[in-house]
Every structure is written in structure tokens, then in C-alpha cells.
Design a protein around this ligand. Structure first.
Ligand SMILES: NC(=O)c1ccc[n+]([C@@H]2O[C@H](COP(=O)([O-])OP(=O)(O)OC[C@H]3O[C@@H](n4cnc5c(N)ncnc54)[C@H](O)[C@@H]3O)[C@@H](O)[C@H]2O)c1
Length: 336
């Protein structure tokens, strides 16, 4: 028997991705998975040789007493299910992003995890992606000079933006942010992603304590890449699902240079790396690369963005109001 028993709550796409990760570890047996949609639970169980399925996650937690729990359901269930896993005695929890639909729930999640010493991670798995790892190396090697700004383009600040706010911290070696100035637009009937209403278009400018800036642009049009990092002596572009996935140009290159990414996590996907890192950190006691602390700092920028749009001023961190200001504005009829 392996050292750790893992159980998965929510057997959709991400539940199966987490299962793939555990299946790569000799230290973990997936003992059970839970989903009220029986066909989803059975599909995961069959694909990964999981011996038991449950319709009810609380029943599963009580019966199986797992060491590690994956919470791979939609965001409004994250806090309650994380609390259930903590109360059931889990030592580690790997949850999906975004943390939760309101800032208060996110702070509560962080409190629950830290006060109960449960090693908790959120799947901002791009911290393991080869192009993002290499981009950060290039930043730290100074190939584009001193860093001025990180840019990210995506559909919305929350479901997608959480990754870019996290990536900016990654590129910035987790140096803290100090303020956010932003604006967002919504159609009268907003788009909903994984059950959460989101803006149609927005812009958010983050200031970091080390003087660097972050710029997230959401909605209409794109920036021609996912992330652009601008330095005093050049530019790095990170481009997902396209070739080349990473390129940079500086006064020292002859046109665009394409760094070699082979060998960086080449034999495993980003989510598998995130799962294996949590398992390693449970053994070593080190802070995981995707720790709840780091997830919280990225998530604060989402809710600070919405709060800045609401008050039409810069928000100096730490963010105080615990609500989701975008949802509050929808309820007030701001976008009607
Ligand atoms: N990290 C990433 O890049 C990434 C990518 C896609 C989605 N996500 C996030 O992952 C989460 C899940 O997304 P998904 O694509 O797997 O969604 P999904 O709809 O494919 O799967 C969710 C599963 O949860 C199940 N479920 C619903 N209520 C439940 C309950 N009470 N108990 C147990 N299971 C329940 C559903 O039946 C479904 O099988 C979301 O928070 C989403 O934002 C992350």
C-alpha cells in the first residue's frame, strides 16, 4: 500500500486531470471518488482503476479517511468542500482555481488551511508549464534588461485572469503587490463561467512593491499572445497553443530568438506536476509551488480589480471589502 490515500470530489474534466497526476505517483493510491453524476464518477474510476465511487462526498470522506483530497468542483462549492476535507482529517488538499466567488470566502479558505496545518494548493498549474518556467528564467537572467511590465490577455479577470495574476507573481519571484487601478464593463446579462457571472471587458493595472507593473486586459480582442513581458532592453512573449510557444527580442538578439524548451518537465503535463509537487511537499514539509498563500495573493488582485471599478479609484492593498464588487454592481443595476 502507498504512503498516501487520495480521494477526488468532482469527477469532471479537472477531476480526471488530478487523477492522472496521482496515478503517476508511487506514494499515492486513489481510494475513491465522489460525484452525484454517477456516469462521471464511474468514468474516472474506470480510467484510473479507482476501487470505490460515491454519490456523496461527505460519506466518502467519513468512510475512506483520505490523506489527500482533490476538490475539483465549480467555485461556489470550493470552501464548503475544503472545510469538509479539513474536518475529515485530510493532510493535503489540491483544489481547483478560482478559489471562490467572493474575497471573504477566499480569506476563510486560507485561514482554514493554515490554522489546521493542512497543506493546501490551488491549481494555477502554469507555474509548471515549460514556456512559463523558461520565461521566468529569462526574466531572472536579465536577457531583456530591467523588468518594467507584465501583460496578460484573456476573456475575464476571474476564471482566466486568476492564471495571469498568478503568473505575474511567478515572473516577479512572488514579490508583493501594493495597489490595483481598474475598470470593467458588463452587458446587462453577464456571461457566466462555471456558475460565476463575469465581466465582458476590463483593464487592470497592478503596481508591485519593487516598482514593476502588471497589466491585464480582458474581453474583446487579444494582445497577439498570452503574456508579454516588457523590459528596458527587450520583450518576451509567451504564447499558448501556438508555435513558437515562447520568443524574445532584445538589442542583443538577431530578430526574435526562440529558446529551447525541451527537457523542462518534458514527460509530464502541468497538472500532473502540480499534483506531484503537493505529494513531495507533504513528505518534505516545504511550501508547494501552488500554495494557498500564493493563490490568495493572486486572487486578491481579482477582487481588488472589481472593487477599484466600483469605487472608481485606486485600491491600496490589502483589500478590505469581502464581497465580489462586480456582483454587487450587477445587483445595483450599474450595467442594466
Ligand atoms: N486549472 C485549470 O486550468 C482549469 C481548467 C478548467 C477548469 N478549471 C476549474 O476546475 C473546476 C471544475 O471544472 P471542470 O472543467 O472539471 O468542471 P466539470 O463540470 O467538467 O466537472 C465538475 C464535476 O463536479 C461534479 N459535481 C457537482 N456537484 C457535486 C457535488 N456536490 N459533489 C461532487 N461532485 C459534484 C459534476 O457532476 C461534475 O462531474 C472549476 O472550478 C473550474 O474553474 C480549472
Amino acid at each position: 500500500m502507498a504512503q498516501f490515500k487520495a480521494a477526488i470530489i468532482g469527477c469532471g474534466g479537472r477531476g480526471r486531470s488530478h487523477a492522472r497526476g496521482y496515478s503517476r505517483s508511487d506514494d499515492v493510491d486513489i481510494v475513491a471518488c465522489a460525484d452525484p453524476m454517477e456516469e462521471n464518477a464511474k468514468r474516472l474510476a474506470e480510467e484510473y482503476g479507482v476501487p470505490k465511487t460515491y454519490a456523496d462526498h461527505k460519506e466518502m470522506l467519513a468512510a475512506e479517511k483520505p490523506d489527500i483530497v482533490s476538490v475539483t468542483v465549480w467555485p461556489h462549492m470550493h470552501l464548503d468542500f475544503i472545510r469538509d476535507a479539513v474536518e475529515a482529517g485530510a493532510k493535503g488538499i489540491h483544489a481547483e482555481k478560482p478559489m471562490a466567488p467572493t474575497w471573504e470566502e477566499c480569506r476563510e479558505t486560507h485561514r482554514l488551511a493554515t490554522e489546521n496545518n493542512v497543506v493546501t494548493t490551488f491549481c494555477h498549474q502554469r507555474r509548471f508549464g515549460a514556456r512559463f518556467v523558461k520565461a521566468r528564467d529569462l526574466v531572472n537572467e536579465g536577457v531583456i534588461g530591467d523588468i518594467l511590465r507584465y501583460e496578460g490577455y484573456c476573456p475575464n479577470m476571474y476564471d482566466w485572469g486568476t492564471h495571469w495574476f498568478d503568473m505575474f507573481f511567478w515572473y516577479n519571484n512572488d514579490e508583493p503587490a501594493e495597489s490595483v487601478l481598474a475598470q470593467v464593463h458588463s452587458e446587462p446579462k453577464p456571461r457566466s463561467v462555471f456558475g460565476v457571472d463575469l465581466e465582458a471587458q476590463g483593464v487592470s493595472v497592478v503596481s508591485y512593491k519593487n516598482g514593476r507593473k502588471g497589466l491585464v486586459i480582458t474581453g474583446i480582442g487579444g494582445g497577439g499572445c498570452d503574456n508579454r513581458i516588457i523590459g528596458t532592453n527587450g520583450v518576451i512573449e509567451v504564447i499558448a497553443h501556438q508555435d513558437p510557444p515562447l520568443r524574445y527580442i532584445s538589442s542583443k538578439t538577431n530578430g526574435w530568438a526562440q529558446p529551447d524548451l525541451s527537457g523542462i518537465m518534458a514527460d509530464r503535463d502541468d497538472t500532473t506536476c502540480s499534483v506531484l509537487d503537493l505529494v513531495d511537499c507533504l513528505k518534505s514539509g516545504e511550501e508547494p509551488r501552488l500554495s494557498v498563500r500564493k493563490a490568495l495573493q493572486a486572487t486578491e488582485l481579482i477582487f481588488a480589480t472589481y472593487h477599484s471599478a466600483r469605487i472608481r479609484k485606486r485600491v491600496d492593498l490589502p483589500l478590505q471589502p469581502g464581497d465580489n464588487a462586480f456582483h454587487a454592481m450587477l445587483e445595483e443595476g450599474v450595467y442594466a
